[in-house]
Structure formats: structure tokens, C-alpha cells
Design a protein around this ligand. Structure first.
Ligand code: HAM
Length: 422
């Protein structure tokens, strides 16, 4: 037997209904905020992520599915959506669109070669948004409000929004220098990743899972002390909007995020349930990326966005015991007795379906009792039994499965009966 690859999953029919429900709800919410859907390829040039996400990040260094195609081009299965959406924005010159900012959302599979655990997959489905072309604290606040709205609209309550500002490039330059100075004397005690990042990307040390409890991490200088006046003002205004919107948040100066493109606002939404027993608590993450467009050869427009995985949203729903109101009704199951009746049912089904009625019949020559059981399993709202007598008299009993009541109608009026119910 050939098994499914590690870190991937089949989403079976009983679960695809939940996925569809979630995805439809997300589509609906996006219309409220005036975001339009964009679909980009599953694979891109490796260089896009190496440059956009950053050469020294875990994602680029360890987690990408990269291969040479038959034309010897280095191709990567997308590990995230932002770099690809920004590429598309630049390629299609969306900065020329009179509707600014350009507000986009996407939903699709992403790939990261990570250690598999609950809530962490090698193929996962990210829903994300990017608002490109406005640098205004109110759009940062809109994106944060949208994150909360999304999770709350599924009934989730145990949520914690954590925010930080990692400032502009100038603030970060000074901060990085201070971090190097701070960690240099003790770097020998840190993991090899941190050692190699000290001079390329010292902020990553604050994010290291291996060294997170080291004293030097706890006593490290904080970005908030290095924000210049402009960055502080921007951050204060974002927080002021959140306060006005009554959105509760916690500030964490060590929240630096794992991808290199962030500037100013950075945030994560966490599960905040004391009884939650999983290791993964981050549901969603995002932030502002002011230099990314230029880095990828575009205009100096700025953007902000976030992404969540549907897998982790489902995990949070499970944790809070929330069942989605997945509509699962089925109109009619036709029970047949004998060859003639079955032939009649084939034609009747065809007509019913063309008139929008969800209907089915037996295909395994089950006895009547077995067919009734099948109708129950399908949770059919109605059943009819067709045999020789019904065919001859053009009359059948239509049974309402919820009440058990039956009604006599003409066999050739079954379609009309359901049409009337609409
Ligand atoms: P990220 O923090 O790398 O950010 O991922 C965002 C979300 O994707 C995570 O919070 C989590 O829900 C989900 N996720 C990531 N890796 C996995 C995995 N292996 N299995 C399941 N879920 C996963 C980004 O990707 C940025 N592009 C977000 C962004 C958009 N920033 C600005 N715009």
C-alpha cells in the first residue's frame, strides 16, 4: 500500500463540508471589507521567496520544496502568499489602478518542510489578505479588526491578539546593532542557527525556539526602545484605533515574526484557553511590509496583510467545542421495487435534478428495508416507494421523514410537488 506523504492530509467528504462552510464565510466577510480575490500559481521562481521572505529565514533556509524543472529553472512550491501577491501586483502594475489601496485576498495550499505535529503540516491551506498602496494606521487597524471579526464570526472566544512594532528600516538598523552587541559575548552558548544569524539577522535570535528560555534572550534590548519618532507615532496611532474599536491586545516587544519583510506593525493571534493541550497556539500572523515592493523591483508602495491556516482555525473550533452549522439536507430518496419501477426512477431522478431537487435512489438492489435505511443515512427529508402498483395507478405516498406523515400525490406530479415547496 502506498501511504499519503508525511505532513499532508486527505480531507474526506464529511470534512469538506466544514471547509466549504468556512471558505464561503470568509468570502462573504471579504465583501464587507471590499477585498477582491486573487489566485497566483502554486509554484514560483525560487528567487522570489529567497529575496522576498529573506535568505536567512527558517522558511527559506530549511523549509522550502525547491527543485529544478526540466528547463533547469529553480522552482519552489509557495511557502506563503505575500511574496507571490506582491510579485503579481508589480507584474500587473496594479499601482496604476485608480482604486487604491489594492485590497486582495487569497486562499490555497502552501508548502513548508516542517516537523509534523498537531496544527503543523507540510501542505496547509492559507487564507490571507494583502492591502497594498496605503501607509495609514487606519488600514493597519482595519486588517487587525478583520482578523478579530473573522475568528469571532465562527463563535471563537479564547483569543489573544499580540502586537508589536518593529519600526522602520532606520530604527531597526540601530536595534540590530544593539542586539549584536548584546548577544556577541554569549553567542557561544546558543544554537548553531543563532550563531550564524548573529551578524545577518540578529532579531531572529529572539524568535528561536531552541534558545527562547536563555537569560540573554530575556534581558535583550527591546525594539520599542529603538523606535524613532516616526515609528513610535505610527505605532501609537494604530493602538489608538484599536482602543477606539474596543479591540483588546497585548504588546510583546519580542514578537519579531519569522519572515524578513516586516516593518512597523507586526501581530499574531493566539489561542488563549488555559485548558488547550496543543503545542501550537498561533492561529494567524501578519504585519506591515514597507520595503517589500521595492525589494522585488516594484514601486515604493507599502502593504499590510495577514494569513491564517484553515487547519488551525479548525483546531481552534475543536478546542472550543464549536460545531459549524453545516447545512446537510437532502430532499428525496426514491425506494424502488422491481425492474420497471427502477427504470422509472432513473428518468424521474433525472427530471428532479434538472429542477434543482436533491434526489437519489438505490443502486445495489437492496430490499425495501435496506433502501429505507439508506434514506435515513442520507437524512432525506422525503421518501417515496415506487412499485408496479404505483406505476399502474399513477399514485404514490410521499413520506415526510421528520413527522412520519404521508400524503397521496400523483406519480407524474412529484417534480411539481417539490417545485411548489421552493
Ligand atoms: P506566517 O506566520 O508564516 O505568515 O504564517 C501565517 C499562518 O499560516 C500561521 O499563523 C498559521 O496559521 C499558518 N501556518 C504556517 N505554517 C503552517 C503549517 N506548517 N501548518 C499549518 N498552518 C501553518 C505568513 O505566511 C505571511 N505571509 C502572513 C502575512 C500576510 N503577512 C503579511 N501578509
Amino acid at each position: 500500500m502506498i501511504n499519503i506523504p508525511r505532513g499532508t492530509q486527505d480531507i474526506l467528504p464529511e470534512d469538506t463540508k466544514q471547509w466549504r462552510y468556512i471558505e464561503n464565510k470568509l468570502d462573504e466577510l471579504m465583501t464587507l471589507y471590499n477585498y477582491q480575490e486573487i489566485r497566483t500559481p502554486i509554484f514560483e521562481s525560487t528567487e522570489l521567496f529567497a529575496r522576498g521572505v529573506g535568505d536567512s529565514t527558517d522558511v527559506v533556509q530549511k523549509e522550502m520544496y525547491t527543485f529544478l524543472d526540466k528547463g533547469d529553472r529553480s522552482i519552489t512550491l509557495r511557502p506563503e502568499g505575500t511574496a507571490a501577491v506582491v510579485r503579481s501586483y508589480i507584474e500587473h502594475k496594479m499601482q496604476g489602478d485608480p482604486n487604491q489601496p489594492v485590497k486582495l485576498y487569497y486562499n490555497g495550499p502552501m508548502f513548508r518542510y516542517e516537523r509534523k505535529q498537531k496544527g503543523r503540516y507540510r501542505q496547509f491551506t492559507q487564507f490571507g489578505v494583502e492591502a497594498i498602496g496605503a501607509e495609514n494606521p487606519s488600514i493597519d487597524a482595519e486588517v487587525l479588526a478583520m482578523v478579530m471579526h473573522i475568528y469571532q464570526s465562527f463563535g471563537l472566544k479564547h483569543l489573544k491578539l499580540v502586537i508589536n512594532s518593529i519600526g522602520d528600516a532606520d530604527s531597526r538598523k540601530e536595534y540590530n546593532e544593539a542586539l549584536v552587541k548584546h548577544f556577541e559575548p554569549v553567542i557561544g552558548d546558543f544554537c548553531s542557527d543563532c550563531q550564524s544569524r548573529l551578524h545577518t539577522n540578529p532579531m531572529r535570535i529572539l524568535d528561536c525556539k531552541v534558545d527562547k528560555d536563555k537569560e540573554a534572550v530575556k534581558t535583550a534590548p527591546r525594539i520599542t526602545e529603538f523606535l524613532n519618532a516616526e515609528s513610535t507615532k505610527y505605532y501609537d496611532e494604530v493602538k489608538q484605533h484599536l482602543d477606539n474599536l474596543n479591540i483588546r491586545y497585548e504588546e510583546d516587544p519580542n514578537l519579531v515574526r519569522g519572515l524578513d519583510y516586516y516593518t512597523h506593525t507586526a501581530f499574531e493571534l493566539m489561542i488563549d484557553n488555559p485548558n488547550y493541550d496543543g503545542a501550537i497556539t498561533t492561529l494567524c500572523g501578519g504585519g506591515r511590509y514597507n520595503g517589500l515592493l521595492e525589494l522585488l523591483g516594484g514601486p515604493n508602495n507599502t502593504g499590510i496583510g495577514f494569513a491564517l491556516s484553515i487547519e488551525r482555525l479548525l483546531l481552534a473550533l475543536e478546542d472550543e467545542g464549536i460545531e459549524l452549522d453545516v447545512e446537510d439536507d437532502f430532499d428525496l430518496f426514491i425506494v424502488t421495487m422491481g425492474h420497471e419501477a427502477d427504470n422509472y426512477a432513473v428518468k424521474l431522478l433525472n427530471e428532479l435534478r434538472h429542477n434543482g431537487v436533491k434526489a437519489d435512489k438505490d443502486y445495489l438492489s437492496r430490499k425495501v428495508k435496506g433502501q429505507m435505511k439508506q434514506a435515513d443515512r442520507l437524512q432525506a427529508n422525503y421518501t417515496i416507494v415506487i412499485g408496479d402498483q404505483e406505476l399502474e395507478n399513477n399514485e404514490i405516498d410521499i413520506k415526510d421523514m421528520a413527522t412520519g406523515n404521508t400524503e397521496k400525490i400523483n406519480l407524474d406530479e412529484v417534480v411539481a410537488y417539490f417545485k411548489k415547496k421552493e
